[in-house]
Design a protein around this ligand. Structure first.
Ligand SMILES: Nc1ncnc2c1ncn2[C@@H]1O[C@H](COP(=O)(O)OP(=O)(O)OP(=O)(O)O)[C@@H](O)[C@H]1O
Length: 342
């Protein structure tokens, strides 16, 4: 380990902020990005361009969710940061270390939980996590490994061969392996794809615990629910381009729409002409009017709409409002991206 690594570890645990410049041999400021990706491109040998100039800065200690449809480039991006795939151009720094010229230092900061367990079927759980720690040149620390296995409810399986474990337990082993060398940054590639609800919640809990201890978490997911539940910030990637990066709350406020549903006293068979200028929809059974409005807008138009309804003798017996979910926001973003390119 070099001095800078030691210093930045100390800095993290003390929680001391420093803005002293790096050139003077001081550790990087705590608010410098823990992962700094600049203009990253990847063209595979087939000629396929999987990443088209991605810029992304991950903040220290955050949970960042990378969302994107199949083939968007999520795994490619993670694989480059973890040194599994070479970038075609651009640069990546992990905790101040260039992932190419300072590979070992950069990689030792990172834990990667891949989508699938490929080897180790004949190894015991204990042997495989011990081996993973050793790979990064860390001195043995059975107490740390025990903590990790206990946290993941794997302690009583420590002497079992991996091939004898259930799918969910194998997933936990992947996480234990990634945590064995105490990384500051943890990548989870589709952590809960195909796992049951209980394991998914266990994983969410574990992720929160790790974050509380200062670990930065980057997860890719197809499950919008997961991003909505877990993430501090969300990045959406589509066809190799980062379409947006935003605080989750801001994203939901900015792009979210609200809908007001008015349940009518008397069903309508169509929306009256006089209300045609309003963004109103009549439900199929004619029992309710749905009004969509922008959460951001200063004037929602609700008061005027209600007055108009009253003037036209349309009474309602009940009303309720709903907010669009992250899922709707995501689908819209990806769809609009496609339309813009078409
Ligand atoms: N070794 C390779 N050679 C050529 N093309 C590849 C290679 N690996 C990935 N690709 C292509 O690059 C694109 C991005 O793949 P990637 O695995 O990064 O997507 P993803 O967002 O992780 O998808 P998923 O959600 O399905 O896992 C896809 O079109 C894929 O077919």
């Amino acid at each position: 380990m070099d001095d800078q690594t030691l210093d930045s570890d100390a800095l993290r645990y003390d929680g001391v902020q420093s803005s002293l410049p790096k050139e003077r041999g001081m550790p990087p400021a705590i608010d410098t990005p823990v992962i700094d990706i600049r203009d990253l491109t990847k063209t595979y040998a087939s000629g396929f361009q999987a990443l088209k100039g991605v810029d992304l800065q991950i903040r220290r200690g955050e949970i960042f969710a990378l969302l994107g449809p199949n083939g968007a480039g999520k795994t490619t991006l993670i694989s480059i940061v973890c040194g599994i795939v070479n970038a075609s151009s651009g640069s990546v720094q992990a905790d101040g270390h260039d992932i190419v010229s300072e590979f070992r230092a950069a990689r030792s900061k990172i834990g990667l939980v891949p989508q699938e367990l490929s080897t180790d079927a004949f190894e015991t759980v204990w042997a495989t996590v011990k081996f993973s720690r050793g790979l990064f040149g860390k001195s043995p620390d059975p107490a740390h490994l025990e903590r990790v296995l206990r946290d993941l409810s794997l302690w009583d399986k420590k002497d079992s061969k991996i091939m004898t474990l259930s799918g969910g337990m194998k997933r936990r082993v992947l996480i234990a392996k990634a945590l064995a060398h105490e990384p500051q940054i943890l990548f989870l590639d589709e952590p809960t794809a195909g796992v049951d609800v209980e394991l998914r919640h266990d994983m969410w809990q574990m992720v929160r615990r790790l974050r509380a201890n200062g670990t930065t978490i980057i997860l890719t997911t197809h499950y919008i629910e997961e991003a909505e539940e877990m993430a501090d910030r969300i990045g959406v990637i589509n066809k190799g381009e980062l379409v947006l990066v935003e605080d989750k709350a801001t994203l939901m406020r900015k792009l979210g729409k609200k809908q007001l549903t008015l349940h009518l006293q008397t069903p309508l068979d169509r929306i009256p002409e006089a209300l045609a200028s309003y963004p109103l929809e009549l439900t199929e059974d004619g029992q309710a009017l749905v009004y969509t409005f922008d959460v951001q807008a200063q004037e929602t138009g609700i008061a005027a709409l209600l007055r108009r309804l009253h003037e036209h003798g349309i009474d309602f017996k009940d009303l309720h409002s709903t907010e669009s979910s992250l899922e709707e926001i995501f689908v819209n973003l990806v769809r609009h991206g496609r339309e813009a390119r078409a």
